[in-house]
Ligand binder design. Sequence first.
Ligand code: NAG
Ligand code: NAG
Ligand code: NAG
Ligand code: NAG
Ligand code: NAG
Ligand code: NAG
Ligand code: NAG
Ligand code: NAG
Ligand code: NAG
Ligand code: NAG
Ligand code: CU
Length: 639
Amino acid sequence: MASPSVRRLLHTTALLLSSISLSWAANVTYDFEIGWVTANPDGKADRPVIGINGQWPVPVMEVNKGDRVIVNVLNSLGNQSTSLHFHGLFMNGSTHMDGPSQVSQCAIAAGSRFTYDFVVDQPGTYWYHSHNKGQYPDGLRGPFIVHDPENPYKDSFDEEIVISVSDWYHDEMPGLIQFFMSKENPGGAEPVPESALFNDTQNLTVALQPGKTYFVRMVNIGAFAGQHVWFEGHNMTIVEVDGVYTHPAEASLIYLSAAQRCSFLLTAKNDTTANFPFVASMDTTLFDSYPADLNYNVTGWLVYDKALPLPDPALVDEFDIFDDMTLQPYDNEPLFGEPDQTVTLSVIMDNLDDGGNYAFFDNITYTAPKVPTLYTVLSSGDLATNPQVYGEYTHPFVLEKDQIVEIVVNNIDPGRHPFHLHGHNFQALWRSEEEAGLFADSNVTSSAFPAIPMRRDTLVLYPDGNIVLRFKADNPGVWLFHCHIEWHVISGLAATFVEAPLELQASLGGKIPQDHLDTCAALAVPTAGNAAGNTVDLLDLEGEPVPPKPLPAGFTARGIVALTFSIVSGLLGVAVIIWYGLAGDQGSPKAVAAAAALAGKGEEEHPHAARRIAEAGLEPPYEEGVRGEEIRPVSGGRA
Ligand SMILES: *[C@@H]1O[C@H](CO)[C@@H](O)[C@H](O)[C@H]1NC(C)=O
Ligand SMILES: *[C@@H]1O[C@H](CO)[C@@H](O)[C@H](O)[C@H]1NC(C)=O
Ligand SMILES: *[C@@H]1O[C@H](CO)[C@@H](O)[C@H](O)[C@H]1NC(C)=O
Ligand SMILES: *[C@@H]1O[C@H](CO)[C@@H](O)[C@H](O)[C@H]1NC(C)=O
Ligand SMILES: *[C@@H]1O[C@H](CO)[C@@H](O)[C@H](O)[C@H]1NC(C)=O
Ligand SMILES: *[C@@H]1O[C@H](CO)[C@@H](O)[C@H](O)[C@H]1NC(C)=O
Ligand SMILES: *[C@@H]1O[C@H](CO)[C@@H](O)[C@H](O)[C@H]1NC(C)=O
Ligand SMILES: *[C@@H]1O[C@H](CO)[C@@H](O)[C@H](O)[C@H]1NC(C)=O
Ligand SMILES: *[C@@H]1O[C@H](CO)[C@@H](O)[C@H](O)[C@H]1NC(C)=O
Ligand SMILES: *[C@@H]1O[C@H](CO)[C@@H](O)[C@H](O)[C@H]1NC(C)=O
Ligand SMILES: [Cu+2]
């Protein structure tokens, strides 16, 4: 691998040369040995984290637009598999480098090597993270910056600054996930983070020089919490969201959901008479309950003079959030025409008969297939256009090349969900207010859609509201559409777009690199056949991984939950509380969630799905006719 200094040299050369010849591009190589290290970014708890080359925070990846990026991964974790996803990069022509395990590759087995190799043809602010088993909140996530010699704002700023923001947990994901999905947590209360971080630390100081203007790239690399971000005494002039340049828009406070990015120009003051705090405040409306002593804010400082004090931030009474729907892309791409295909999905949270709380798009909770979906595309011939081969529980939608696709998402849940599409950014045509109900009932017609819609790759859907998105299927590949709250990825809030499968076969057939196949072999994951691994009869899905059964007939989810509550709180509640108390664990998310469950809070804040589903006129997932005999307990495990 090029040493950092060699890489920098390449960058400088690239920067110089690209102003002369646009076709010049470098090969940028990263060697990443992924392994455990210890870290304590909030100063409250040492914990094992997943680092790269013995270091954590993991490095900021930096390339120029047009570069070819080669990432040689060695998984030295010993006890976990892994994968890397490069969030927001289109992977045009290289869907097999997109990263989600069981979707476009097998996980990288412990001890295995795996090379990601792709060309980056987009400018802007991205990030990379593990896309395997809810792993990235354990540390394997960092910014990915694509510098752009043609940045339309290049003459408007002096320097670039990268700042990540995130939530932070003290416990490791495998244990948190086990609790989150268990019957001890029937309300589906997500573990609450212990801290918020700027740049994987707290009390970050950013030295500013008077009069200069900075291009600040802010990335939410968190697992769960959206963040309100503001800089005292300074406004932000937004110029990029999720890799899409925008016309300038002034904001005093922005909301960044998990996975969203925002770049803005920040102009320093002309005098150096004071330093200014900047704050990220986690969106506590996402938390079902949290400990009274949780500090959900993190503070940093714009430092004009090191000798001057770092003042405490002033309290903000109300978050006056900048509405990203008002942004316009710099390229003025007009609204796509009427869709060739419309996919309508409703977000529902409900219990299955293992007592766990699952997330559904309509009646399907995503369950990873036996064969990674891309490999099914490549091994199913003409049947690749038949969604059946991908299995019911990958929730597949087959798109034809160059179709205009519209996605309508209705939120039948009182939570906020940031939706992300792989392989594309989308035009955001419509976002309702909270409590607006179903899009179909809202009487909104296409005349309400902006002529030049905002584009990004992750958009927040409001509680009980709806959104409408459009994109053009001009990127053959297998692309997930999912909520970017990692807990909801785990509980199944994902669908699969199989885009132009025949074109994909023509371009990728026979070209999956050997190391991709080797890691499948190491994990005994088949690389051909339908979602059930059947290579003979592709329409026979016998044996495909399925979620737990629906709740028994006659039992409503509410009944089960109420039963669980009454039994647990009546008979075991006191014991459980004592047990948590003895474990000295009162402040942990487990204890908090358990306490909330015992207090019935979980249920209160998750009004029962069945009623909402009925109101919405949708089929409940546990409806009688849906409970086929062929449904069996989950075998393959979920991604
Ligand atoms: C990048 O690597 C490829 C394959 O190794 C090689 O063909 C190409 O010339 C390299 N490009 C540059 C700019 O070094
Ligand atoms: C940041 O500063 C606060 C206040 O001084 C302190 O309590 C906290 O421990 C600091 N955080 C870190 C990670 O040092
Ligand atoms: C894997 O090993 C790390 C480092 O020793 C440890 O912290 C972690 O709990 C282990 N995880 C699993 C799932 O065994
Ligand atoms: C944030 O951290 C990254 C690397 O970890 C560094 O490149 C960047 O300069 C830091 N930002 C600030 C404002 O210190
Ligand atoms: C920030 O913008 C708001 C209106 O958009 C304006 O009222 C305020 O004065 C600006 N603040 C600064 C520091 O420029
Ligand atoms: C700083 O001074 C320059 C030149 O007088 C002026 O154009 C600019 O608006 C000032 N900037 C701020 C933030 O006050
Ligand atoms: C976090 O910041 C908000 C906004 O200023 C404030 O209302 C709240 O009291 C702060 N919370 C903590 C725990 O500091
Ligand atoms: C939509 O139109 C129908 C029929 O005109 C009306 O009953 C309904 O209230 C309208 N819904 C909304 C949300 O405006
Ligand atoms: C992918 O590449 C094709 C061919 O260059 C281009 O037409 C298409 O717009 C690209 N799509 C995306 C999402 O980058
Ligand atoms: C979901 O609903 C559709 C349409 O009613 C039905 O065809 C399908 O079998 C259902 N799937 C599951 C898993 O319940
Ligand atoms: Cu979600």
